[in-house]
Design a binder for this molecule. Sequence first.
Ligand code: SAM
Length: 244
Amino acid sequence: MNRGDAFWLLVHTAFGERENGAGESDGDVLALPLSADQFADVSTLVPATCEPYLVMDRFCLALPWNNDHLRQETLNGFFRWLGRDYERFIEVPRNIENIAVLVELLGLTPPAVIADFGCGSGLAYSICSMVGYSIVGIDTCPVMRELASARGMRTFSPVDFSTTDIVLDGVISSYVLHFGLEELSVSLCWSRLRRGGVFVANVHKAQGLERALAQFTHLKGRVLSVGLRAGMERHGIYLQVEKL
Ligand SMILES: C[S@@+](CC[C@H](N)C(=O)[O-])C[C@H]1O[C@@H](n2cnc3c(N)ncnc32)[C@H](O)[C@@H]1O
């Protein structure tokens, strides 16, 4: 089935088995196709310990409330399953506009070294490299890393990145923190940021803002600003956090 023709519920296999060959399975997640009517009432299909999380207009992720590890595995499974179709389901110009705002908020001068945390398919690569920044991509999803590498971006998993000797002047993160990530990968990226370096991100619809702020507090980051940007409200709340 073409993914664009259906609505989908993605559930971690910890919450159920694939029945009668229904849906698709990719490692940790089951992808169950739904009709438009089922999708309109999708919260009734989500396990009680999960929140229904709607993305890209046709996917509902069942994200566990109280289990960060399973939550992250569900996200990883979703992006691996979506893989090469990713850019078909986003508005590419919208993400590019947001990335440009994030780079501006960093306020760095080329040839600064920037990481794109949750780089996805590498849309930030040309924006940053064209003006002379050195940019690396960090992403948990191997399929996304492959797409970004094909654009020319040097990419790493969060764990591999933490073992490099790359020192970052700044980090951008576009349309990532609203998913409510496991803290580990944020902290691995943060560990390579120099003192005085800034992590900037948008938090779409302000979802997951409290979680993100708690994580940066835990990492002893100093919050420089949290708020909307005039004319850029559709991207959500912008966050700037400095490493002390
Ligand atoms: C909506 S996409 C955004 C991609 C890109 N930044 C953009 O604006 O097009 C979210 C990305 O975050 C990645 N991601 C999810 N959890 C992550 C984590 N814990 N650490 C790093 N990347 C993660 C996903 O694999 C996916 O590529």
